[in-house]
Design a protein around this ligand. Structure first.
Ligand code: UD1
Length: 336
């Protein structure tokens, strides 16, 4: 299949482009480079052994997207493009709704006009809010607590209505847990353009001396060691999950919602210990107060993705840490 990846040069998009190639599909990347780098195109070409098609543009430019869909004879879209910093979404909700909800609507209009009605959507475990039970399954009630999460839920609702109302649409909604790691080549990985918010990029900064220390947000949670528990998933496993979801739609699935996680919860302290074990680097760290809006523990039930997509994460915490660190070292100081 020929697949348009919006946000294709970002962290998850770029790894998915490679997974698609490996599975025999043809990715076409669209990116506005708001939180990704132009150098990713050259790095993907180095790994793939040939250039990939990269279009510079914004998903909200309906005419541009429509033209891209027709010009490149696209069969399906994987929609990654969007903003993802929770605190920023609280401060600038309009930007978040305009980009994330407005962006999806613009994309869907372009797809409808170009007769492309198959879409895989990047959602987040954030839509579950405070877990009522663990592991968390896809039928757990949803309830987001910030504009970023609300936007994801609105997008899920729009896509659910489309799948119900119009027979030709095929929709797969993927709820990501905590993506970390990098491609084993060390050429592509997570490169936030501003100050990172997520744990692994901050661990990398502290490990490399760019941050004095890693603040552990909360050491009094009701967990085994008092620090918060998350389901970290290697980005290459996550990328392979997208291929599995796309291929299920290709086989005739009309609508699905899937957790993409490992099913394994790890605490902040466990992740730091794994990082130390995998890299030999001791990350300077200090206890800090809980971060507002954080839940104590959340991890996925992965049964549905295993059963219906035939997909399961294969890579463990050590590999996630080793690959993240290899990428960071290889790209230390690299810009554009
Ligand atoms: C966050 C977002 C989530 C979003 C996801 C991906 C919140 C509440 N949730 O998930 O909506 O989909 O990122 O962008 O922001 N931690 C530290 N020290 C740090 C940074 C993080 O101890 O310097 C801890 C956090 O308290 C948390 C864990 O590490 O327990 C993971 O944090 P993070 O990577 O930000 O992910 P989430 O909060 O799970």
């Amino acid at each position: 299949m020929r697949i348009l990846l919006t946000g294709g040069c970002g962290f998850i998009g770029s790894h998915t482009a490679l997974a698609l190639l490996e599975a025999g599909h043809e990715p076409v990347l669209l990116d506005n480079f708001d939180n990704s780098r132009r150098s990713v195109a050259g790095r993907l070409a180095a790994i793939a052994g040939r250039p990939l098609t990269v279009i510079e543009g914004d998903v909200r430019d309906t005419a541009l997207v429509r033209a891209a869909l027709s010009d490149h004879r696209i069969d399906a879209v994987i929609h990654f493009a969007g903003l993802k910093a929770v605190a920023e979404s609280v401060a600038r909700p309009l930007d978040y709704y305009a980009n994330n909800v407005g962006g999806l609507l613009s994309l869907l209009e372009a797809m409808d006009a170009a007769d492309v009605r198959t879409i895989v959507f990047s959602s987040s475990a954030t839509v579950y809010g405070e877990p009522l039970c663990l592991p968390i399954a896809e039928d757990h009630p949803t309830g987001a607590i910030n504009p970023y999460g609300q936007g994801k839920l609105i997008c899920e609702t729009i896509l659910t209505d489309l799948a119900r109302a119009e027979r030709p649409w095929r929709v797969s909604i993927l709820r990501y847990f905590n993506p970390v790691g990098a491609h084993p080549s060390g050429l592509i990985g997570e490169e936030p353009t501003g100050m990172p918010n997520n744990l692994m990029p901050l661990v990398i900064r502290a490990a490399g001396g760019k941050l004095d220390l890693l603040s552990i947000y909360g050491t009094d949670y009701p967990t085994a060691d008092g620090t918060a528990v998350r389901d970290y998933i290697h980005v290459v496993d996550l990328a392979e999950g997208h291929v599995a979801a796309l291929e299920a739609l290709g086989r005739g699935e009309r609508f699905g919602v899937y957790n993409l996680g490992t099913g394994q919860g790890s605490s902040v302290k466990q992740l730091l210990a794994a990082f130390n074990g995998a890299t030999g680097v001791n990350v300077p760290q200090a206890a800090a107060p809980r971060r507002p809006g954080d839940v104590a523990a959340i991890y996925a039930s992965t049964d549905k993705a295993g059963r219906e997509l035939g997909w399961k994460a294969k890579r463990g915490l050590n590999e996630m840490c080793a690959d993240s660190w290899r990428f960071a070292k290889r790209n230390d100081g690299a810009e554009e």
